[in-house]
Ligand binder design. Structure first.
Ligand SMILES: *Cc1c(COP(=O)(O)O)cnc(C)c1O
Length: 500
C-alpha cells in the first residue's frame, strides 16, 4: 500500500534466515569443564553433517519477537466467528481445558500399572457410557484418533461381522452428498463404492436405494443430517431397506451437533457410527489434532470392537485383551486421552438439558443466518436447515465472482471464511455453520459483512475478485503453492526478493 507507514508491529515479518547476522546467538553456555569430544567420533559420520550453511544466527530477543509476532497473525475461534460448515468450530469453554490439565490426568502414563490408572479408566468408562446414552447405541470404543479413522474402524467392524456370517460382500453405497472421507474409507476397507444420487430436496433417493441394495451390498454410509444440513426424513425406512437384505447402516456422525439431546441414531436404526469428539464435544481443532473419533455400535457389532475393552471387577477396572473376534488394535494404547477428558468434562458441565439447549441454539443460529442471507445468495436446497446452511454463488457468478472470491473478501471484514466449494453436489458452495456459541451480535455482524460483499459484487466485482486487500499478504497463487512448493530457503532467493 503506497504511502502507508508500517510500524514494527504490523510489518511483514522477515524470515529468521533474513534476520541472520554472523556471530549472533541466542544462548550462553559456561566454559567447557570436560574433555571436548569430536561429534563424528561420538555420533558416527552418518549422524553428523559436515557443515550447515546459512543456518540463521539470531539473538534470543529476535527469536522471541519473531514467533510472538507470528502468533498474533492467526485467526482462531478465540478471536471471532469461525463459520466453517461441517467442522463445528465452536468456542471451547476453558473449564474443559482446566480439567484436562489436572496434573494426575495430564501426566498419566499409559504404561502405569492398572492399579494406578483406575481414575483414568473410570473416566474412559463414564465417557463410553455417556456417548452410548447420547447416541442410543450399546457400546462405544474411544480408540480411533479422528473422524476418518472412526469411519475406517466402523467399516472394518461391518466387514468383520459379515465375514463371521460367511461373506464380507463387495460394495458400500454412498450418497453423492457425502464427505470425501466416506468413499476413501470404503475403498481402504476393501469395498467398491456405489454412488447414490440425491433427490431434488438433497435427500437420499429411497426408491433408487431400494433398487441398488442386493446381496453384494455390505452397507450404506449415510451422514445425518447430511452435508446440506438436511435431516433424512426417511431414515427409518432407509435402515429397514438395508437390514432386509442383511446389510448394515453406517452413520457419519460428524454432524451430531444438530442431534445431541433431540434424536438418537440408535433409535432410528443405525448399526454403527462415529462421533467427532473434536467437533461436537468441544476439543479445539483445526490445527491438525489431536482429535478423537469415538465409534458407537449396536450389540451385534460389540464382539468385534478394537481391544482392549474395559472390564469391571467389583470395585475396580481392568483391560480385557481376550477378545477373539476383535478387529485388533486401531491405535496405540487407549486413544487420545486428553481429548476424552475434555469431552467428558463438557458433557458433565452441560448435563442432559444443557446439551439439548446447545443443540437447539445451534439450529436456531444456523436458521437465523440462512434467513439473513437468503435474499442475497442463491439457496439451492430450501430450508429450514438444521445446524448449517449451504448457499451457492450462482447469482454472483453472473458477475464473474465465485465462492472463493467471496470467502477471500470475508477475510477483509475480519471473519474466517466459510467452507468453500463443499458439498460437491452444490456447484460453487458457500457452507456456513455458526454453532451455538455465537451471540446475536456476532451473527448480525457476519450477516452484515456477507450482505456488504453481495452489494460490492453488484457495484465493483473486481474488488471482490481480487480480495483480500487488508491482509499482510494479498491473494496467493494456491495452485503453484501446492504443485511447486518451495520448502528450502536459499540466499539467492532472498537477494532476488530484495531486488524486486
Ligand atoms: C470432519 C468430517 C469428517 C472427518 O473427520 P476428521 O476428524 O477430520 O477425520 C467426516 N465426515 C464429515 C461429514 C465431517 O464433517
Amino acid at each position: 500500500m503506497p504511502g502507508k507507514v508500517r510500524s514494527h508491529i504490523s510489518q511483514n515479518e522477515a524470515l529468521l534466515f533474513e534476520m541472520s547476522s554472523p556471530g549472533k546467538r541466542g544462548y550462553q553456555l559456561p566454559e567447557l569443564d570436560v574433555p571436548a569430544v569430536d561429534p563424528v567420533e561420538a555420533l558416527g559420520a552418518e549422524n553428523t553433517r559436515a557443515e550447515i550453511t546459512d543456518f540463521p544466527e539470531v539473538s534470543e530477543v529476535e527469536v522471541i519477537r519473531h514467533f510472538t509476532r507470528l502468533s498474533t497473525w492467526n485467526y482462531g475461534i478465540d478471536l471471532g466467528l469461525f463459520p466453517l460448515g461441517s467442522c463445528t468450530m465452536k468456542y471451547n469453554p476453558r473449564v474443559n481445558e482446566q480439567v484436562a490439565r489436572i496434573e494426575g490426568l495430564a501426566w498419566a502414563h499409559p504404561y502405569q500399572p492398572e492399579s494406578l490408572s483406575q481414575g483414568a479408566m473410570e473416566i474412559i468408562a463414564r465417557l463410553e457410557a455417556a456417548l452410548a446414552e447420547i447416541t442410543g447405541m450399546d457400546a462405544v470404543t474411544l480408540e480411533p484418533a479422528a473422524g476418518a479413522h472412526g469411519e475406517l474402524t466402523g467399516v472394518l467392524l461391518i466387514r468383520a461381522l459379515l465375514e463371521s456370517r460367511g461373506n464380507p460382500r463387495k460394495k458400500i453405497i454412498i450418497p453423492d452428498s457425502a464427505h470425501g472421507t466416506n468413499p476413501a474409507t470404503a475403498a481402504m476397507a476393501g469395498y467398491q463404492v456405489a454412488n447414490l444420487k440425491s433427490t431434488a430436496e438433497g435427500l437420499v433417493d429411497v426408491e433408487a436405494l431400494a433398487a441398488m441394495v442386493d446381496e453384494e451390498v455390505a452397507g450404506l454410509m449415510v451422514t445425518n443430517p447430511n452435508t446440506l444440513g438436511v435431516f433424512e426424513q426417511e431414515i427409518r425406512k432407509i435402515c429397514e431397506i438395508l437390514h432386509a437384505k442383511g446389510a448394515l447402516v453406517y452413520m457419519d456422525g460428524a454432524n451430531m451437533n444438530a442431534l445431541v439431546g433431540i434424536s438418537r441414531p440408535g433409535d432410528f436404526g443405525i448399526d454403527v457410527m462415529h462421533l467427532n469428539l473434536h467437533k461436537t464435544f468441544s476439543t479445539p481443532h483445526g490445527g491438525g489434532g489431536p482429535g478423537a473419533g469415538a465409534v458407537a455400535v449396536k450389540k451385534h457389532l460389540e464382539p468385534f470392537l478394537p481391544y482392549p475393552r474395559l472390564k469391571r471387577h467389583g470395585e475396580s477396572w481392568s483391560w480385557d485383551y481376550d477378545r477373539p473376534l476383535s478387529i485388533g488394535k486401531v491405535r496405540a494404547f487407549y486413544g487420545n486421552f486428553g481429548v476424552l477428558v475434555r469431552a467428558l468434562a463438557y458433557i458433565l458441565a452441560h448435563g442432559g438439558p444443557g446439551l439439548r439447549k446447545a443443540t437447539l441454539d445451534a439450529l436456531l443460529n444456523a436458521n437465523y443466518v440462512r434467513k439473513g442471507l437468503e435474499d442475497y445468495y442463491d439457496l439451492p436446497y430450501p430450508g429450514p436447515t438444521m445446524h448449517e446452511c449451504v448457499f451457492s454463488d450462482a447469482r454472483q457468478a453472473k458477475r464473474g465472482v465465485r465462492t472463493m472470491d467471496i470467502a477471500k473478501r470475508l477475510i477483509d471484514y475480519g471473519f474466517h471464511p466459510y467452507t468453500v466449494a463443499f458439498p460437491l453436489i452444490v456447484p460453487g458452495a458457500l457452507m456456513i455453520e455458526p454453532t451455538e456459541t455465537e451471540s446475536k451480535a456476532e451473527l448480525d455482524a457476519f450477516i452484515e459483512a456477507m450482505r456488504a460483499i453481495a452489494r460490492e459484487v453488484e457495484t465493483d466485482p473486481e474488488l471482490v475478485r481480487t480480495a483480500p486487500h487488508e491482509t499482510r499478504i494479498s491473494r496467493v497463487d494456491e495452485v503453484s503453492a501446492a504443485r511447486r512448493p518451495v520448502v528450502r530457503w536459499k540466499r539467492a532467493s532472498a537477494a532476488s526478493k530484495a531486488a524486486d
